[in-house]
Design a protein around this ligand. Structure first.
Ligand code: HEC
Ligand code: HEC
Ligand code: HEC
Ligand code: HEC
Ligand code: HEC
Length: 169
C-alpha cells in the first residue's frame, strides 16, 4: 500500500513538472510573455546602454499607467544605432510609415479593479517587487497573475489599505 502511495505521489510530481514547463515555457527561467511586434531587449537597454526604467515608462510616478514608449523615442538612438539589424529595420519601417508599434500587454488588471502606479511608486516600492528583474529579461515576462491574494498579501505585510473599496470602486 505504502509503495503504491509513493508511486502515485511521484507520478503527480512528474505531471506537475511537465505541466509547469508547458504552461510557462522554460526560456531564460522566466515564464513566456506575449509575442511582441519587435523583440525588444530590456537587458541590453538597462544593463548595457544604462537607461532607467523611467526614461521609457515616464508616467509611473504621476499616473495610473506607467506608459509605454513611442517609436519616436526609440528613433532618437536608432536613427543611427544598430541600423543594420532586422529588428531595427522593422522598427524604422513602422516609424517611417507612421504606424504605431502595437505592443502586446503583459499585465492588465480586470475592469472591476482599481490600480494605480502613482501611490505605489511614490511610496517607494521598486518596479521589480511587482514586475520581477525586468533588467535581466528581453521583452517583459509575467511574473505574477495579479490575483487579489497577491495584492492583499503585500498590503498586509507592507501596510497598504485593505478595505474592499480601495480596489473595488
Ligand atoms: C539611448 C539610446 C537608445 C534608445 C532610446 C533605444 N535604444 Fe535600442 N539599442 C540601443 C543600443 C546602443 C543597442 C545595442 C546595439 C548593439 O548591440 O551594438 C540597442 C539595441 C536594440 C535592439 C537589439 C538589436 C539587435 O538585434 O541586436 C533592439 C531590437 C532595440 N534596441 C529596439 C529599441 C526600441 C524598440 C526602442 C524604443 C522602445 C529602443 N531600442 C530605444 C540604444 C537605444
Ligand atoms: C505595486 C505593484 C507595482 C509596482 C510597484 C509597479 N507596477 Fe507596473 N503594473 C502593475 C500592475 C498591477 C499593472 C497592470 C495595471 C493595469 O492593468 O492598469 C502594471 C502595468 C505596468 C505597465 C503596462 C501598463 C501601463 O501602466 O502603462 C508598465 C509599462 C509598467 N507596469 C511598468 C512599471 C514600472 C516601470 C514600474 C516602476 C517605476 C512599475 N511598473 C511599478 C503593478 C506594479
Ligand atoms: C528603452 C526603453 C525601455 C526601458 C529603459 C525599459 N523599458 Fe520596459 N518596456 C519597453 C517596451 C518597448 C515595452 C513593450 C515590450 C515588452 O513588453 O517588453 C516594455 C514593457 C515593459 C513592461 C510590460 C508592460 C505590460 O505590457 O504590461 C514592464 C512591466 C516593464 N517594461 C518594466 C520595465 C522596468 C521595471 C524597467 C527598468 C528596469 C524597464 N521596463 C525599462 C521599453 C523600455
Ligand atoms: C509589493 C507590495 C504591493 C503590491 C503587490 C500591491 N500593493 Fe497596493 N499598495 C501597497 C502599499 C504599501 C500601499 C500604500 C501606499 C501609500 O499610501 O504610501 C498601497 C496602496 C494601494 C492603493 C491606494 C492608493 C491609490 O493608489 O489609490 C490601491 C488602490 C492599491 N494599492 C491597489 C492595489 C492593487 C489592485 C494591487 C494588485 C493588482 C496592489 N495594490 C498590489 C503595496 C502593494
Ligand atoms: C488590494 C486590492 C484588493 C482589495 C483590498 C480587495 N480586492 Fe477583491 N480583487 C482584487 C483583484 C486584483 C481582483 C481580480 C483578480 C481576482 O479575481 O483574483 C479581485 C477580485 C475580487 C472578486 C472576484 C470578482 C470576479 O470577477 O470573480 C471579488 C468577489 C472580490 N474581489 C471581493 C472583494 C472583497 C469583498 C473585498 C474586501 C473584503 C476585496 N475584494 C478587497 C483586489 C482587491
Amino acid at each position: 500500500m505504502k509503495n503504491i502511495a509513493i508511486l502515485g505521489i511521484a507520478a503527480i510530481l512528474v505531471l506537475a513538472a511537465v505541466l509547469t514547463v508547458k504552461l510557462f515555457g522554460a526560456t531564460e527561467g522566466f515564464p513566456q510573455g506575449p509575442v511582441q511586434p519587435i523583440e525588444f531587449p530590456h537587458n541590453t537597454h538597462v544593463m548595457e546602454v544604462g537607461l532607467e526604467c523611467a526614461d521609457c515608462h515616464q508616467y509611473a510616478e504621476v499616473s495610473i499607467h506607467a506608459g509605454l514608449p513611442k517609436a519616436e523615442l526609440c528613433m532618437m538612438c536608432h536613427e543611427d544605432e544598430a541600423t543594420d539589424r532586422p529588428e531595427i529595420i522593422k522598427l524604422t519601417k513602422m516609424y517611417e510609415a507612421g504606424q504605431p508599434v502595437d505592443w502586446a500587454r503583459v499585465y492588465t488588471v480586470e475592469d472591476h479593479v482599481y490600480f494605480s502606479h502613482r501611490m505605489h511608486v511614490i511610496g517607494g516600492i521598486e518596479c521589480q517587487e511587482c514586475h520581477g528583474p525586468v533588467e535581466e529579461m528581453t521583452t517583459a515576462k509575467p511574473v505574477t497573475n495579479l490575483e487579489m491574494g497577491w495584492c492583499v498579501r503585500c498590503h498586509r505585510t507592507q501596510g497598504g489599505p485593505r478595505e474592499c473599496i480601495t480596489c473595488h470602486k
